[in-house]
Write a protein that binds this ligand. Structure first.
Ligand SMILES: [Zn+2]
Length: 627
């Protein structure tokens, strides 16, 4: 976003306001309901309270308590898988911390039924022959337990398609199945940690004119169905357990004892639902350990393993909860309006989820602490939301948004109805609740523990000149970049889906994509105190500005998925001399026929299915070049 375009836009807005204000005043006389302030022309200049900028910087940078929250959450509570007792503790702990720092109305909100509660109690694997060796592994999420400690031979099954199972019939029973060939481990010859340099930020600023491919959606469904089919075929053979190798990460990050332990380690992405339960105990193993066993088995050396996957299932129908708390607004006219800030509280199970998304959680806590410590009396209410079920499909944020602001009905077409909700096409029209007009915006941190470098504007061009002014005094903290691009896989999407300005910040990637994202190494050590203090300071300033300005933040036009097909289908009758297509002629005749008929009642509204969501782990973060 260049400065020139900002100034031009500012002038345009000024002209616009000069022209439209009198007519608005005239409208008022006829007792029309007042428009929400986000629909009014925005002021050319933001009124920034630079004294408050300084106070927030002082409190956030010099008196930071963000690492105390981080240790409380990551060390004191630990892993926070949705449906687990630890997550319940984290919900209660964050609620109590928010109350203790001075927030009001701190409470938990039920977003709905999730699935099975599950805990990993212990997992160990060792080789006893041909050599004694401790192997690094943990249970895949929602893995059933082995029958206590078990001893079994290892075998390898390389199954890419369902028919590949045939060659292993009668060979897997009573064995530990190492599923698939390991990937090639190469030298770690690049730094695992990355910060965004000038050229990375420049690239982010450029708006991609070609829409991203949606092919991965199709592939994902196919892969998912195949995996579930394979898991059932293997289960029929009655092996003792399945071991999978960790997936790869950027620049050989998933080596040296680091492994990814998320739904990708399960044989089904919906392993938390009873009907999709893992049929066999599954562990994910560090690549070097996995590859050693694989090489031995392939060389026809008998390998004996001892292992114990010790896990516990809780209820089948656990509910998920969000932690919510507020600093109440004080302006009589604006206090019913809300500005929201948040991140997700849940994590995976093999580490303490410090960067994903302990970081976003403790930054949001620290934002609220800073504002409370300064005794801020915001004009609008500032509300924090700490979501759960994010890792399985942004359930907590979509559930909250549905209960308070609105939702997008999903397609019920036959090919769509069998898909998981986050894969289904939105059908629209968007269903809104009155409070959708009372929320100015939502700010989210969930791209690891790196400092904030700017904001993804989610195609909201009207907001660029506003944020441009907000970040000008933050250049020395490294905040410089606004991009109109979309970024996926974080909870701001729930707000954006119903037309509420929702933003994920651009963050330095550090070792998120190479070391910590969904791994057994996502611990407190991966957090950088200065980066988190910076993130809390910057986010507190954004939240403060949004709560204090005269108007709510400008919005994009409301999404209309129901018009999507019509607006993207090719224009008709463009090619001179082309004969009309048979179906168009038919359509035209039908239309004429209909017009002759008496008025028919409007078409039935589409059924209202549950909230849509996109998973954290599956879609490519196409807008973030470093991912
Ligand atoms: Zn996350």
């Amino acid at each position: 976003m260049s400065i020139t375009s900002t100034v031009q836009r500012g002038v345009a807005l000024l002209l616009c306001s000069a022209l439209t204000l009198p007519s608005f005043a005239a409208e008022k006389k006829t007792a029309e309901p007042a428009k929400p302030s986000y629909e009014l022309p925005q002021p050319q200049r933001e009124t920034l309270d630079l004294n408050m900028y300084q106070s927030i910087r002082q409190e956030g940078l010099a008196h930071s308590h963000v690492m105390e929250y981080a240790s409380g959450l990551a060390d004191g509570i630990g892993a926070r898988l949705t449906g687990s007792p630890n997550l319940k503790r984290a919900n209660e702990w964050t609620r109590d911390q928010l109350t203790a720092m001075g927030c009001v109305n701190a409470h938990l909100e039920d977003w709905g039924e999730f699935g099975m509660g599950w805990q990993q109690l212990n997992t160990w694997v060792r080789m006893t022959s041909p050599d004694m060796a401790v192997l690094i592994a943990q249970a895949a999420p929602w893995s059933p337990a082995t029958n206590g400690p078990v001893t079994a031979q290892a075998t390898v099954a390389e199954i890419k398609e369902a028919k590949d199972v045939d060659q292993y019939r009668g060979k897997l029973g009573g064995k530990v199945v190492f599923l698939g060939a390991p990937w090639e481990v190469k030298l770690v010859d690049k730094p695992l940690s990355k910060t965004l340099d000038e050229s990375d930020l420049k690239k982010l600023e450029e708006y991609p004119l070609k829409p991203p491919s949606e092919e991965w959606r199709k592939d994902f469904t196919k892969r998912m169905e195949l995996r579930e089919k394979i898991s059932k075929l293997i289960a029929d053979e009655k092996p003792v357990a399945i071991v999978v190798p960790s997936r790869e990460m950027r620049d050989m990050g998933a080596t040296g004892g680091t492994f990814i332990d998320d739904s990708g380690a399960d044989l089904n992405s919906f392993a938390y639902q009873h009907e999709h339960m893992n049929p066999v105990p599954i562990a994910v193993m560090a690549i070097e350990n996995y590859a050693r066993v694989y090489r031995l088995v392939k060389a026809r050396v008998p390998v004996t393993l001892e292992m114990n996957i010790d896990t516990k299932f809780l209820g089948d129908h656990e509910h998920g909860f969000d932690t919510i708390a507020e600093i109440p607004g004080t302006d009589p006219k604006l206090k019913d309006e809300v500005v929201m800030v948040g991140g997700h509280l849940d994590s995976w199970a093999s580490a303490t989820g410090a960067t994903d998304n302990g970081a976003g959680t403790v930054v949001a806590l620290e934002v609220m602490r800073i504002l409370n410590a300064l005794g801020v009396k915001p004009r609008r209410t500032i509300r924090v939301g700490l979501w759960t079920g994010e890792e399985q499909g942004e359930f907590g944020s979509y559930g909250y948004v549905k209960q308070h602001f609105g939702y997008v009905p999903l397609s019920t077409a036959p090919d769509q109805i069998k898909l998981p909700e986050w894969l289904r096409k939105p059908a629209g029209p968007v269903v809104l609740k009155p409070d959708q007009q009372k929320i100015s915006g939502y700010f989210n941190v969930d791209n690891g523990g790196g400092r904030i470098r700017g904001v993804f504007l989610e195609h909201n061009a009207a907001i660029a000149p506003i944020f441009e002014q907000w970040i000008a005094p933050l250049k020395d903290l490294g905040v410089s970049t606004l991009t109109l691009r979309h970024t996926g896989g974080t909870d701001h999407e729930a707000f954006d889906s119903v037309g509420i300005p929702g933003f994920q910040f651009i963050q330095d990637p550090l070792d998120y994509g190479s070391r910590t994202h969904h791994t057994n190494m996502d611990t407190y050590e991966r957090l950088q105190p200065e980066d988190l203090a910076q993130a809390a300071t910057v986010e507190a300033i954004f939240v403060y500005n949004a709560a204090m300005r005269d108007q709510m933040l400008p919005r994009k036009p409301l999404p209309h998925p129901e018009r999507e097909e019509q607006s993207t289908s090719p224009l008709k009758n463009v090619m001179p001399g082309a004969e009309a297509e048979e179906k168009d002629v038919k359509e035209k005749l039908e239309k004429e026929e209909q017009q002759k008929q008496p008025q028919t009642p409007p078409a039935q509204e589409p059924q209202a299915p549950k909230e849509p969501a996109a998973p954290q782990s599956q879609p490519p973060q196409q807008s973030t070049p470093q991912q």
